[in-house]
Design a protein around this ligand. Structure first.
Ligand SMILES: Cc1cc2nc3c(=O)[nH]c(=O)nc-3n(C[C@H](O)[C@H](O)[C@H](O)COP(=O)(O)O)c2cc1C
Length: 183
């Protein structure tokens, strides 16, 4: 199969995931790893699978990714899989984590689910993990989302380590599963 891994990343977190997916894909397939700015929607048709990645911005996929998605033709031949990184808590662990994730990163997976219907795409699923926040986002999270100092300290200690080796491993397993499903 011919596979594209395309991503939008400002501070490198999503790029790390893209590289991990690309590494797995390359083991048995022809694959291109590209930044979103280097891909035109008309280029997509030469691929069998497209892995599309984004940083989470303002609770959704980043604007350039949303614009790119709009330009994807209806009923394309390629299959689509998504991935994104976000700084807020992962949905696992506690009700509080789940709530915060839903509020601050919840649109990302919904947007992927929406294109499945709107574009009639064979969408295979998505991968997500936490990504370390940049200093300005760190400040925003402390001031706006987690003003309680104890909760903040616990959060930032963990968030700074992502994507970690488990995230990378999980991303690789995600890619392996998608490939198996698309054989
Ligand atoms: C402008 C901007 C807005 C962001 N908004 C959110 C947000 O709404 N929710 C969230 O969980 N993370 C948000 N983040 C944090 C990023 O999603 C997170 O750090 C991500 O891992 C960055 O990926 P990148 O390193 O590939 O750019 C935002 C980051 C930036 C720069």
């Amino acid at each position: 199969m011919k596979i594209l891994v395309v991503y939008y990343s400002q501070t490198g977190n999503t790029e790390q995931i893209a590289k991990a997916i690309h590494k797995v894909v390359l083991q048995n397939h022809e694959s291109d790893l590209k930044k979103l700015s280097n891909v035109k929607s008309k280029d997509l048709d030469k691929y069998d699978i497209v892995f599309l990645g984004s940083a989470c911005h303002a609770t959704d996929l980043a604007k350039p990714v949303l614009r790119f998605i709009k330009r994807i033709p209806k009923s394309p031949n390629f299959k689509l899989a998504g991935f994104f990184t976000h700084s807020t808590t992962p949905p696992e662990g506690s009700e509080r984590n789940k709530e915060l994730n839903e509020k601050w990163a919840g649109k990302c997976h919904k947007t992927f689910e929406k294109i499945k219907l709107e574009k009639n795409i064979d969408f295979k699923g998505y991968f997500r993990c936490q990504g370390s926040p940049s200093p300005s986002i760190e400040e925003f999270i402390h001031e706006t989302i987690l003003p309680d100092d104890d909760e903040w300290r616990e959060y930032i200690k963990e968030a700074k380590n992502h994507p970690n080796t488990t995230d990378i491993e999980n991303a690789k397993n995600f890619a392996t599963d998608i490939l198996k499903e698309c054989q």
